[in-house]
Design a protein. Sequence first.
Lengths: 284, 647
Amino acid sequence: MMRSPPSTLQEPAIATPRPDGAAPPLLEVTGLSLRFGGVQALDDVSLTVGRGNIFAIIGPNGAGKTSLLNSLSGLYRPQSGSIRYHAHDGNDPVDLLRLRPHRIARLGIARSFQNIELFRHMTVLDNLMLGRHVHMRGGVLSCAFYWGAQQREEIAHRRAVEGVIDFLEIEALRHRPVGTLAYGLQKRVELARALALEPRLLLLDEPMAGMNAEEKEDMARFVLDIHEERGVTVVLIEHDMGVVMDLSNRIAVLDFGRVIAEGPPEEVARDPDVIAAYLGQPHG
Amino acid sequence: MASHAEGQEPVTLPQLLLRNAEQRPLAVALREKEYGIWQPITWRQYGERVQAFALGLRRMGLRAGDKVAILGDNRPEWLIAELAAQSIGAVSMGVYQDSVAEEVRYLVDWADARVLVVEDQEQVDKVLEIRAGLPKVERVVYYEPRGLRSYRHELLMPFEAVEELGREGDAAGNTREHAEAVAATRLDDVAIFSTTSGTTGKPKLAMLTHRNLVTMGHSLQQVDPMEPEDDLLSMLPLAWIGEQMTAVSCALLVGFAVNFPERPETVQDNLREIGPQVMFSPPRIWENLVSQVQVRIEDSTWLKRRVFEWSLRAGFELADARRHSRGPSRSLRARQRLAEWLCFLWLRDQLGLRRLRCAYTGGAALGPDVFRFFHALGVNLKQIYGQTEVSGISVVQRDGDVQYHTVGVPLPGTDLRIADDGEILARSPAVFVGYYRNEEATAEALHDGWLHSGDAGYLEEDGHLVVVDRKQDVMTLHDGTRFSPQFLENKLKFSQHVREAVVFGGGAYPFVSALVTIDFGNVGKWAEKRQIAYTTFTDLSQQRSVCELIGAHVERINQDLPAAARIQRFLLLHKELDADDAELTRTRKVRRQAIAGRYRELVEGLYDPQRDSVAIENEITYQDGTKAVLRTDVRIVVVSGPRRNDA
């Protein structure tokens, strides 16, 4: 007779979200509007990202998805509205609109870019170490001498980076210059760079764009693992509907800068407004 | 009984592990790279983990004679699971980690395994998919928990949980319980089931006892003694008998360290970091190393190329002089020394072969050109011959007595005989006891203790064994000579542009022809340099200039061949040969019959003088399950050259 295994499985660090979204929200966006001259990129956008969600933003080209992500990470400065981020439980939320991008990064928000933004001539390892820049404490003097505390800090950072390398299975690329890697691998390094920051909230801009089926499958698995093993909340923009439906537990649909639907995947897929936005209005 | 080193009483594998843990507790037994740093596991730690896992298995209800199947990449846990099973008298069976679900189901079910140890999510998914076909499996243990957090299947259990179970209770009592179990293991207990490579059909499970495995290790030590300070990089599937031979039998006997590569893609880097003294690889690995060197030299600067070419010429001359047992002249020796300093030392260092003392190739024939290349470089590469059924090795070349066409002389304690029909027979304490649940095959392979290898060969006057080919593959050419297709295939494969080759000829075929697959990476590079545009493998393989490139190579080969054996027509296959399509075995040997059947139209086209191309359709299944039919015109290349002026 076999005995049953002792329960060694721990609960995930962050509770899996309840489908009704009742978990205390991590991010609350209210009335966000962004204009470039006469172009209304975001028009009164409001949405709530729950803790531990994989939250997908979808919509046709030019709908304002990347603008929204850029507003979240502080790259764009919307003219009105607020983005409230609950950095620590219990504390008052921070309004990200008032903060510069590096301050936002320090709050545990990391992002990847649609067009890979890495230092092409630096190795994968150096790019990742740079991803930890916000956590580094050393000054010019202590770094120049390197002894003691500085050395310990460097080792701790390297260890964290090695954890990410192991997690994303890029051991073979450690010392390769990023520019020499295939596109799919560069995308993975881009994700690794964001992960090296040890974020609580990860913003991914089309992590699977331009990948083949196998690479997409790998990437989807990584995103799920990041979410499950590291308890990271993920906001992602993606065009591949199969991926979006499989991965996310909430979806917001943007069209011409407005949120036209928000909810769980099954619901959004049935929404007549969403179907119209994607396929066009039926004639007659 | 074969003689054993210094009259030592042979003991079982788990007994050897206990001995090592006692005698050299702090020496390194295993090394794994974690967070970019090699982390050692000492013999004592190795022993402790095996004890914990073994007791865990016992407390789960496993008993002597039960079977444990293991499926995963090479990791310490793989060996721990194997030795733990053997410690309680159970049998371990390795399954190739890249096997498709159906192969796994067949082997695990056929072996009656009660526990299946797997690596990660990928393997767990594979197993859960075929769950219905594995009624005898009671527990699936995984050692890489990544991504499995949300899995709640009642079969699953983490590796640490089994070890935890084995650590429960009184520590001294546990140690005693384990020691008693290990002491109760017998030399004639079956230790492992080893899957045969299956060039000829469904894989079979060869039952190998502790005596088989330990004897083989002892005999090899008498020929090439290994040192406890040596290192081995365990980079080939542990399900393969060759890896069992080095990473288990020899490592336990001698006590050297087994290192596990970080990932399959980092093997080349890891090889250089570890710099192993011992290496046993199938020809594929050595062939890859040669192409790698050739390609990189081609890419380097003019000066480096000239130095390499000059050095290689000196190396070749010296290797040839040694092979014909001629002492090299003084000037040759001086040139060789210069070549060593200018080139070979650095090249071996780059490849991670600098400290290599015992380098073996086995599992299939290695072309003489590859041999000559490594000997020129100063790598003491030696051919071994054996099969799963003799625990991996029965014949090996001796230092300083390497003939490229032979595989050497038998190991001490091994009797070798050639049957009347040319089949190679072997007898030794390392010969297996039979196939599991397959009496018919056992009766065919074993007669009065003699193992019938199925290989054709002959013994030379000095006792060296020459292996011709698989008995059933040897072809009789139209002029009556017997010829080995493998010999030709190896010649073809020596080009860095050729990955695999299958040669047809003899019997009903009027002349010799070949089916060749190109090396996509190397030919792709070649094409880019010449600004030849291509899209896919198929497209590249059918480019006229690529056909000409391979054609020139075939012509060169033909010049050294007897007229009847010359390759007259060949074609470049539109896809790579793949083990998943049953075209190669899991150890990457070509499955001739399967290929002849699958590509019948192509082979017929090769022998139809009217045709210069064959249209072929093949159905491919995409990742998402949809199917599509691809149509390709495969060119047939007629080799020009001196084939008319034959004798």
